[in-house]
Design a binder for this molecule. Structure first.
Ligand code: NAD
Ligand code: UFG
Length: 341
């Protein structure tokens, strides 16, 4: 089967393309390269032995997307990663985020339904839960109003997809990722943050490699055992594998649900200090860090109940925190050598 992967040169998309190819799927990527590089396509090919199809298209460009679907009449499913994802930037440029993330989705849904493509996996986020009252969060935990336009695009996107499923043959799965980190064991693909990283692990690895002076830990007075925030960090390769199980789940027809949601995490919470200490242990680097004030908008603690994905998708995260941080460190050292622009 041929799978269209939008955003397939990006961080989670590139790892998913590798897993799809290793399971025998043919892949064609659409990406406009606003947050990734075309050489990723070559590196995917180096890992899997097959260079995936690639077309540089902006999903907001409906004529270009229409032309793409006319030329690829054999697509059986779409995995839709393409989106802008920087929380802070979304607050500064809300219209840019709403336009990019929602127009691209609506164009895609229209062309999928017009071309009889019936299966969609959508990249959602645990950000839709905000700060839940009870932990761990299940898929039934209420979705909360988002504090940033990025999070709102995820909530609205899920609703748009659900509505289209109701009136068409479309079946869809939304995967709510917790915190994907790490990189492929080959160190040929990984996360490539542009400019100063916002996220914890790229900031840690860039500090360790000497690109940043010191890591700021945003607050140690939260109501957690060591006072720092807790997240459910998941290896990006484990997250990538969940997409293949989601495609198989939809196509097998075992579930009669048209739209389903799954939490994609490990089920374990780790604090910022635990991440820092584990990183120092696996890398052998003594990381410079200081405690600073809280970052506005941060939730105190969140981790997943993954039993629905474990049971219905037959999927479970396998890699340890040590695996995640060591692979992130190997990738950082590799990119420092490559010094890609
Ligand atoms: P990424 O930025 O590395 O990848 C997204 C890709 O989409 C990029 O290659 C970018 O160039 C492309 N893109 C963006 N807008 C496009 C458009 N209009 N047309 C074509 N291509 C476009 O991000 P990622 O970390 O791989 O995230 C993938 C998805 O998962 C996103 O939807 C993101 O919101 C979601 N998500 C990510 C995380 C995380 O921590 N990384 C957590 C939860 C959810
Ligand atoms: N943190 C620091 N110092 C840093 C960066 C982060 O202490 O330099 C802390 C944060 O305060 C937070 C934790 O590390 O407590 C994790 O922060 P990240 O920015 O790595 O991740 P978030 O949980 O804030 O957000 C990420 C993505 C969002 C997504 C969310 C849920 O950036 O896009 O996960 O999936 F919505």
């Amino acid at each position: 089967m041929k799978i269209l992967v939008t955003g397939g040169t990006g961080y989670i998309g590139s790892h998913t393309v590798v897993e799809l190819q290793q399971q025998g799927y043919e892949v064609v990527i659409i990406d406009n390269l606003c947050n990734s590089f075309e050489w990723v396509v070559d590196n995917i090919g180096k890992i899997s032995g097959i260079r995936p199809g690639f077309e540089r298209i902006d999903l907001c460009d409906k004529p270009a997307l229409t032309d793409f679907f006319a030329r690829h009449s054999d697509i059986g499913a779409v995995i839709h990663f393409a989106a802008l994802k920087a929380v802070g930037e979304s607050t500064e440029k809300p219209l840019y985020y709403y336009h990019n993330n929602l127009v691209s989705l609506m164009n895609l849904l229209e062309l999928m339904t017009n071309n009889d493509v019936k299966h969609l996996v959508f990249s959602s986020s645990c950000t839709v839960y905000g700060q839940p009252l009870e932990l761990p969060v299940t898929e039934n935990t209420p979705v909360q109003e988002s504090y940033c336009p990025y999070g709102t695009t995820k909530i609205v996107s899920e609703n748009i997809i659900k509505d289209v499923c109701k009136i068409s043959d479309l079946k869809a799965v939304a995967l709510r990722y917790f915190n994907p980190i790490g990189a492929h064991e080959s160190a040929l693909i990984g996360e490539l943050p542009l400019g100063v990283p916002n996220n914890l692990v790229p900031y840690i690895t860039q500090t360790a490699v000497g690109k940043r002076e010191v890591l700021s830990i945003y607050g140690n007075n939260y109501n957690t055992p060591d006072g720092t925030c807790i997240r459910d960090y998941i290896h990006v390769v484990d997250a990538a594998k969940a997409h293949i199980t989601a495609i198989k789940h939809m196509i097998s027809g075992v579930s009669k649900e048209k739209f389903e949601v799954f939490n994609i995490g490990t089920g374990n919470g780790n604090s910022v200090l635990e991440i820092v200490n584990t990183f120092m242990k696996v890398s052998g680097v003594n990381l410079e860090y200081r405690i600073t004030g809280r970052r506005p908008g941060d939730v105190e603690k969140v981790w997943a109940d993954t039993s629905k994905a474990n049971r219905d998708l037959g999927w479970k995260a396998e890699k340890t925190l040590e695996d995640m941080l060591l692979s992130a460190w190997n990738w950082e050292q590799h990119t420092a050598i490559l010094n890609h622009e």
